[in-house]
Design a protein around this ligand. Structure first.
Ligand code: NDP
Length: 301
């Protein structure tokens, strides 16, 4: 199999196969098509490609046919159980040999590394990736993609991946690194988003609508970016400074949320877990430290 660049040069048209046509897969395929990339698509459940075919996509009858159609296959399905179900069939694996696979499905770093090992065993060039922005960002400057794996492979396929818009960051050769960033960033997102849902329930119990709270919620959210920046050195250097906001103060505020919630009969399990961590830090004699001390507590094995 010749390289993507050689194939593209030979045919004059870049080509990609997109496996998985959920909302994200369809958005990726649409961005490739909009950029003039020859796009072959396949999805487990047929019929999801109608609109894409109207826009010029080639509908493959099987996953094997799909991956054989392009030097580069991008897969974007719900998780790695799903991508394994498609890719680890003998016929599909054989068709991928000598080609490049980019898995943009979300899962754990270990699943990414396992897929890397499988790809190496079967002569498949492999990049792992994560998409950090929603469907509507794809093909726009707002899209954010993280990728890891061999740097030369990344460079070779950059021209076609650029069609997805936004920014792509190559995080290094460790194949699990993109998934590791993804999982850490999702940790922030889902705990914060769950906190927001809880706050809306608590506000509602106090007669405050989501619309009323929204502008103030945005204000609270806007504090987070500076916290990310200011605490980074504190955590990396292990100083855990609590000069401006000791964890005793944080624990006290958390307790208010718990008491107010439970007074309304609203479960407060998420905040109870957070307060429990803060109390453990305090119990170990670190009450004057900042909340960042939790990182050290959680990181002990
Ligand atoms: P889903 O996460 O719901 O994935 C749907 C896709 O997975 C469909 O193509 C579906 O096929 C396929 N699928 C599910 N189970 C299997 C299986 N056992 N075998 C084969 N295919 C299977 O929707 P999205 O498209 O939104 O997400 C795709 C990936 O992108 C996910 O990993 C998600 O975390 C990630 N992502 C999504 C974002 C978003 O805003 N939507 C944002 C960032 C990342 P079928 O149609 O046959 O069911």
């Amino acid at each position: 199999m010749s390289s993507y660049a050689e194939q593209s040069a030979a045919t004059g048209t870049p080509a990609v196969t997109l496996i998985g046509l959920g909302p994200m897969g369809r958005a990726l395929a649409a961005a490739f098509l909009a950029a003039g990339v020859r796009t072959t698509v396949w999805n487990r459940t047929p019929g999801r490609d109608t609109e894409l075919v109207e826009r010029g996509a080639i509908s493959a009858r099987t996953a094997e046919e799909a991956v054989a159609a392009s030097p580069l296959t991008v897969v974007c399905v719900v998780n790695y159980d799903a991508s394994d179900a498609v890719l680890r069939r003998d016929d599909v694996t054989a068709a991928l040999k000598g080609r490049t696979l980019v898995n943009l499905s979300a899962d754990t770093p270990e699943r990414a590394r396992d897929t890397g090992r499988w790809a190496a065993e079967h002569g498949i060039a492999y990049l792992d990736g994560a998409i950090m922005t929603p469907v509507l960002s794809i093909g726009t400057p707002e899209a954010v993609f993280l990728l890891s794996g061999p740097a030369d492979l990344y460079e070779r396929h950059r021209p076609v991946l650029d069609a997805l818009g936004g920014t792509r960051t190559h995080l290094g050769e460790d194949i699990g690194r993109a998934a590791a960033y993804d999982i850490a960033l999702l940790d922030i997102f889902w705990t914060a988003a769950t906190g927001y849902m809880h706050a809306l329930a608590l506000a509602k119990a106090e007669g405050i609508t989501a619309r009323e709270l929204a502008p103030f919620a945005q204000g609270i959210g806007a504090i987070l970016p500076s916290i990310f920046e200011e605490t980074a050195a504190d955590v990396d250097d292990g100083t855990f400074s609590g000069a401006d906001n000791p964890i005793t103060s944080a624990a006290s505020t958390m307790a208010h949320v718990i008491h107010a919630s439970e007074a309304h009969g609203i479960e407060a399990g998420v905040m109870r877990a957070a307060e429990g961590l803060a109390r453990r830090v305090i119990g170990e004699g670190h009450g004057a430290d900042g909340m960042t001390r939790m990182v050290e507590l959680l990181g002990r094995r």
